[in-house]
Design a protein around this ligand. Sequence first.
Ligand code: SF4
Length: 361
Amino acid sequence: MGKQDEHGISWTHYTFNPWWGCLKVSPGCANCYAETFAKRTGWDIWGPPATTRRRTFGDAHWAEPLKWNAEAAKAGERRRVFCASMADVFEDHPSLPPIRERLWALIEQTPALDWLLLTKRPQNIGQMLPRRWAAWEVPYGRVPRNVWLGTSAEDQEQFDSRWPVLAFEGREWGVSVLFLSAEPLLGPLDMSVWIDESDEDENHVYVRGIDWVIVGGESGPKARPMHPEWVRRIRDLCAEHGVPFHFKQWGEWIAKPLFHGQRSQTAFWGCMDVDGIFNPQTTTWNGRQGHPPDGYEYTMLRVGKRLAGRELDGRVWDEFPGDHSAALAGLEGVMRTAPASASDDLYPSAERTDRDAKGGV
Ligand code: SF4
């Protein structure tokens, strides 16, 4: 289990932002906490490139990951860096190419850190990763193995449009870990077609699987509830296929049967069905209201992110992709030694079988 970063994100050790600012692209962006935080601190940097700039940072900020890298190397362990919580690394904004170039160089200089590049714009990956990392430019691929690529999907529609693109780019570039962040999860999501690697799909194209899944509910003043069955289905699919599953949080809302806190009243509650229909109630929940009416599976309570916590069915789900640190002693070590099938290197079949037996990492 990794220690939490200073922002309380359970799946990373550190968070690094090469810049701040973004443009909303889908329903998951509606209550973007980064935009709210930027506004609160006086930065008006959310919007189209033509009318909004991005916040940039000086050398002291860029030196931070070098320190983290030294600390991780000294401790003899790998540490994860979430990049970026206040931006999208693959946003198309005219001011960003030189900053992105600086980021690629920084990643190459920090081989003890795994860089988790999470995007809602996987369609830009192919254009924006540096050519020197391209597997087809040299005899052997050179994407650093400390680069993990992930995409966010809040519902089936976003998953269906983003994951195939990420899987394609991940395969083309030979990226070591491909992950999915289903946060905030706003609807049911079936990823079964994509979860495993396979030799080919119906078009005879090799399909790259999912290496890690993160799920979380929404937080913030306008947070939307997450149905427990959506989370369970993803968890069970991951368990079935030996894919590590990380449950980050419920968010502001939790289903009544899963809430074990002391709170006995809340003015915000309602009934929810598995398709995502939410029927808010106008009376205060007094701790005694009974089952939800016909057609709804759960009574949902808004108890706040802290009280809702991150337990699912009696335990915390804190799984991560397998540790591949042994080979990563230096920068040469993080360079790929083969142009494709990176996950074969990371998860040799014996290791995968062992992980399956333990029910996850
Ligand atoms: S892509 Fe991420 S950072 Fe950008 S608006 Fe959407 S949620 Fe916010």
